[in-house]
Each structure stands twice: as C-alpha cells, then as structure tokens.
Design a protein around this ligand. Sequence first.
Ligand SMILES: [Zn+2]
Length: 524
Amino acid sequence: MLDLVLYNGHVLTQAASPIAGAVGVRAGRIAIVGATDDVMREAGGSTVRIDLAGRTLVPGFNDAHAHVWKIGHLLTSMLDIRGVRGLDDLGERMQRFGAKLADGAWLLGRGYNEAAMLERRAPTRADLDRAAPHRPVVLTRTCGHIAAVNSRALEAAGIGPDTPSPAGGIVDRDERGQPTGLLHETAIGLVTRVVPPPTSGDYEAMILAALSHQLALGITSSADCGVSPALLAVYRALDARGALPSRINVMPLRRVDGVADPVPLPERFASERLRVDTIKFLADGGLSGATAALSVDYRHARQRGVLRFDREELMALCRETHEAGWRIATHAIGDVAIDQVLDVYEGLGPHPRGLAHRIEHFGLPDASQLRRAAKQRVIAAPQAIFIRALGRNFREYLPDSLLPRTYPIRAMLDAGVRVALSSDAPVVEDDNPLAGMMAAITRRDSEGRAIAKEQAIHVDEALYAYTMGGAVASGDEENRGSIEVGKWADLAVLSNDPLSVPAETLPDIEVDVTLVGGQVAFER
Ligand SMILES: [Zn+2]
C-alpha cells in the first residue's frame, strides 16, 4: 500500500519516460510513476492523496553550489547590503543596524557591489569610519572575495602601513602606503581570524533559516561549498538528531584564509540528509570584483586578478585529498585559474573510487579547456544567474575578447561537460532556480541586455541541469534528481509548467508544495 499519491498532474520526470500523470510514494521513496488511473489502483484507505489538479510536478531543485550558512547569516545576524545604492544609503543602513548591537560589537555585513552604487567605487575605511567610528566593521563584497573594513577592524587585526600582503591576497593601500580598508582574497583572513566566531547555536540558526528559505523555492538538495571544522561539527550534530529538513552536500575547506596550516581531512560521511565527501578549494577570485585570474588585463584596471595557490601547493593538497577518496571541487573562474586546475586534475590520474572532480563556476573556459574538461569527465557547476545579477560588472570589467565566452553553458554542454546549474547564493540575492533557468535561457542581465546570447540553452536542458545535474555533481544520482522508482520522493509542485511558459515569466511560477522524502516540507 502507498503512503502518498500525487495525481492528476503533469509530471516532468527528468528520466527516460519524460512525462507522467501521477506518483506514488512508500517509505519516503518513489514506488510508482505512471498514468493517474494506474497509480490510483495502488492507493488504499490510509493513503494520503494530493490532487495536483493539472499542476506540474518536478523533482525537487538541487542548488549544486550555494553557501547555506552564509545565506542563513544574512537571514539572522548579518547586515544585508545587497542592492545598496550608494554611500549615504550604506551609512544609514549601518547606523540602523548598529543601533541594535552591543557597544563595541563587530558589525558584519555583506553584499555591496560598487558597479551598482552611485559613487561607482567600493567603500573605504574613511567612509566606514564616518558611519561607525566606535565599533569594528567588516563589509564583504557581494562576491565574497573582497572586504571593506574600518579603522577599528584594521586596528583589531593589527594591520598597519607595514603589514605585507599575504600570499594569494592584497592589502590595498593609498599613495601614502596607508591601508585603504580594502582587502582582497586571502588578505580578508587577516581580519576574519580576529572576528569572534559564531557559536554552535548561531550556526544552527543560520543553517535552519537558510534551508527553510530554500524549501520555499522548491530546493530539496543544496550545497554548502566551503565549511570550517566548527561548522561541519554543527551539520553532523543536526543530522544526528534528524533535524536537517532537506538534503545537503557539505564541502569542507582545506585552506582557510588567515590560518597558516591546511585543515586536516575530516571523516568522509554520507547519511540520507547529509553528504560530506567533497573538498572545496579556491583557485582564484571573482569576475564581478575583478579578482578572477585572467590571461589579459581587465578592461577597467591594469591587472589580471589573483591566483590563490601556487601550483605545487594546490597539487600537493589535491593529491592527498584525491588519494584519500574524496571528490574535489575547485573554484576556478578566470582562464588562467582554469588552466591551473585542469593541469592539477590531469596530474592526479584515475580516482581511487572512480569519482569525477568538479570545477565550480568555470566562468571563462576557452574551446581547448572545454575539450580538456570533457576528456577528464569534469563536472561543471556554473551560475547562469550571474549574467542577470552581475551582467553590468561583466560588461564594464571584461575585455571584448572574453565577454563572448562568459559562463558559456551552451559550449559546455556541446563539449560534453556535465553541468549542474546553481546560484552561489548569497553572492546573488535571487536564488530562485526558476530565475536561474530564465537567465540560462535568455542570457539577459537585469537591464535587459544580452551577454553572449549564443551561449543560451533550452528550457528542458536548464531544468535538467537544476535537478539531475545537481544530483550528478553531488555523486548521488541513484537517489535523487529525477522522478523514478526507488529514488527519494523529493518533489516540487509548481503552479505552471516551466516548459510551456515564455522564458521571461519563469520566475512568476509559484512553488505550491515542496516534499522531502514524501513529507510536506513547505506549503504556500
Ligand atoms: Zn561560491
């Protein structure tokens, strides 16, 4: 007997038979998929029935690359400055937020993007000192690869005119050699290591806030790409008490900014809700903040971004990780970083457990890098939503030679690279998978201007990449990603069929119900 049936629907299975009318669930897993009449014959007196009334059922979305705890940090105790319009707006937000903090407590914020600010420049220590002279302030840029800090924060970190830039990072200085308050890449660690860390209780609140936010978007599987040992311990504890409401692929870091030694490899682990079998590295920075490592100068500045590792160090850490049976996921956006990572992956040889490694973002690969990636069976986790959210930065910062191959998802698929679409939230504010699908199809930014339109993909490719793509990238395609017998009943009921609405209206589709393991986890 079935526990649950969802019937009278339009079921987009993402499997060999692409369309069905109903799904039956037993013990949290899909037991039957077929026509409504056939599935209803298996229902009994105690079977719960959900009438889809013609609505569309899809596999729960999989956000293959996100930063769950950071989404949750913004939802709980961090100042959200995504969308800040200029320095006055920023100062007002800081003062309002600071009024709620204890005297002298750190003010942490995230999300400014200078290209969207009136002054067209990042805030400096002087700007932040005006708004908050008495407490230390750290404002992370939207990309997470640059931070603006005030004088109190520089003082607390012991950063002065004589402080050298650490390897893989830059302490920005003015013409007199004084720190401007802007820290790039690993230099951010000089400050973050003196910020009081969140408690386990803080972390729990962040994780649970973020996962319930994702469930409302139909996301039943996501990733926390880059976690510390303390945060990993909180995930393990939540999982042990059955408190994770959805499935999460947690990727420990081996290099933490501001910490000298690599983090030892933790225990590999997989339960129904929690996976810990991928290690995250970062080879370079971000495009929108011009820290991704390019082979040519950025358009607006005579520099080529930052490589965070020298090749030998990345190779040594990756080799140890690979040989211990972990999957590796390396952030690589610029073409120079992509080359470094492909070289390292190539040097590792066959994986002891047969796994394929991942490249996160994969922002600017050229044709030969795409061929190499396909040959190595690399899984790519790009973010089409960057086109929409950060398109203006790309147009202003990227040289003409690179703009046409920005996040070339069409070319990735055509080369045979497996693609998992994702949001990288909170780097972008809008982590609705339907908005990500729209961006992959239209390639338009928020001003309606197209970027590399020939890199558009089809709506069914986008849906697959946001469901099965993520399952493949987390190495769990046997259990999730499609609506097939034996897989977990992780499902989203949509108000409309994404395959038949105009692409521009995809984000208007509502998620009516989200189910994880056959249990309703969100209802509108
Ligand atoms: Zn990321």
